[in-house]
Design a protein around this ligand. Structure first.
Ligand SMILES: [Zn+2]
Length: 71
């Protein structure tokens, strides 16, 4: 193991967290092993993808509304 001691609280007890993709998480403070406090993993492409998805949903809604108005 690369990290055996928690960098936040110094605990040596870890568990594999399924919500953190199987990463080791400190049992005392809940911080992921090998990471410091107040640091979260953010995917750079997630936001633009979500905006594109929202735009598509809006387009579908407009098409449905036009179809309803046209009878
Ligand atoms: Zn800890």
């Amino acid at each position: 193991m690369v990290t055996s001691v928690c960098q936040n609280c110094g605990s040596r007890r870890f568990r594999a967290d399924r919500s953190m993709a199987g990463r080791l998480v400190c049992q005392v403070c809940g911080l992921a092993a090998g990471s410091r406090a107040n640091r979260t993993t953010i995917r750079p492409s997630g936001r633009s993808r979500q905006q594109r998805w929202r735009w598509l949903v809006g387009l579908v809604i407009v098409v449905i509304l036009i179809a309803v108005v046209m009878g």
